[in-house]
Design a protein around this ligand. Structure first.
Ligand code: AGP
Length: 372
């Protein structure tokens, strides 16, 4: 009913708008006044976490994209090797797991069969499994050794939005907690990240306030057949997520690429007026990546692409090459997906509406996939 949708036309719109609160709720009570993490519900003892020598993240779909970002965070902050794998591929290749492996299973519903089977396989091999889950008492939450709940609240729309942002927050917390208990890298950088994480919900809110031009742009592209998405580092999973949203909601051909791969094939797809969304890394920090992506934008634009550029406020280098410029607030490098994903959700939702599609219940899809 309209009341359930809180005055919005679709649950998806409501859930997009709830993201600042969902992010804040997922952080609530988990960072103390001194900036240290307190994850009391994590039933895996610190002594076990100190011995972990490998982290493996398993998930499907949007949760898998969160897992790809988790890998970058875990390795950067803890220096523990981390791999992220599609849950549906994981157990069929006889993965190497033992008591010192920490498996993180990410699932909004906690009922995704592929993720559940990966979890069971990991536990049989003696690995510890930590679930990052949004649904209290779900099967994955019950069967894992420990759960870190995301506090997104119920997500009704099939296309995941607020669950994704809270999965990211939970994964950052796990990575930072691992760094904390192991005493690794707990220097000024990590302290700064924790501080910015605790304030990030306001930045998500700011992004939401500036989405009207994104909606206008989406409507103008309603007749297009294809949209491509490019990103690097944390922007690559964001590009994949933007493409997945567009497939699910707008039923358009959409693909995400790592921008560095362009010249290894995908650049052949560029043709006149093809919309290409580019997620630009911060010009601070890893500025090498920033400069490389700016030349990618130049290359595709020279070949006719219509460039839709998502870039940090104050990043002037992209201006000459952006046919459309979407600004996001500056954040620490690894946290950028919390703000850069939001315009892509709005973009896909508006395109779906413009094309007359059912936003909350896309064709052929179910909210949780309980078969393998
Ligand atoms: C997201 O928009 C999708 N509907 C889908 O990819 C989803 O994220 C995936 O099926 C995993 O679901 P889960 O988080 O409930 O395990």
């Amino acid at each position: 009913s309209a009341a359930e949708k809180g005055g919005y036309d679709y649950f998806m719109l409501k859930e997009i708008a709830e993201q600042p609160k969902a992010v804040a709720d997922t952080l609530l009570g988990r960072i103390d006044a001194g900036g240290a993490l307190t994850l009391d519900e994590l039933r895996i003892p610190d002594s076990v976490l100190r011995e972990v020598d490998k982290v493996v993240v398993v998930a499907c779909g949007t949760a898998f994209h969160a897992g790809m970002i988790a890998k970058l965070a875990v390795e950067h902050w803890t220096r523990i090797p981390c791999e992220t794998e599609l849950a549906s591929e994981f157990r069929y290749r006889d993965p190497i797991l033992d008591a010192r492996t920490l498996v993180i299973a990410i699932s909004q519903s906690g009922e995704t069969m592929d993720t559940l089977m990966a979890l069971r396989h990991a536990r049989e091999q003696g690995a510890k499994v930590l679930a990052v889950c949004n649904t209290n008492g779900s099967t994955i939450a019950r069967e894992a050794d420990a759960v870190l709940y995301t506090h997104a609240g119920p997500e009704v729309a099939v296309a995941s939005t607020k669950a994704f942002l809270t999965q990211l927050v939970a994964c950052y917390l796990v990575a930072l907690y691992l760094a904390q208990v192991r005493g690794a890298k707990w220097g000024d950088e990590v302290r700064g990240v924790v501080r910015e994480l605790s304030e990030i919900s306001g930045e998500v809110e700011r992004v939401l306030e500036t989405m009207e031009p994104v909606r206008e742009l989406a409507r103008s592209l309603a007749e297009k057949r294809t949209v491509l998405f490019l990103g690097r580092h944390v922007g690559y999973p964001v590009a994949l997520e933007g493409a997945l949203k567009l497939k699910e909601l707008a039923y358009m051909h959409a693909e995400g690429f790592a921008a560095g791969e362009l010249k290894h094939g995908p650049i052949a797809l560029i043709e006149n007026d093809l919309p290409v969304v580019v997620v630009v890394p911060s010009p601070r920090g890893r500025s090498v990546l920033h400069d490389k992506i700016v030349s990618n934008i130049q290359e595709i634009r020279a070949r006719g692409a219509r460039t839709i550029v998502i870039a940090e406020e104050g990043d002037e280098a992209v201006v000459p090459y952006a046919d459309h410029l979407i600004r996001i607030p500056a954040t620490p490098t690894l946290l950028q997906p919390l703000v850069s994903t939001v315009p892509l959700q709005v973009f896909a939702c508006e395109l779906a509406t413009a094309r007359g599609n059912e936003v909350d219940q896309p064709r052929n899809l179910a909210k949780s996939v309980t078969v393998e």
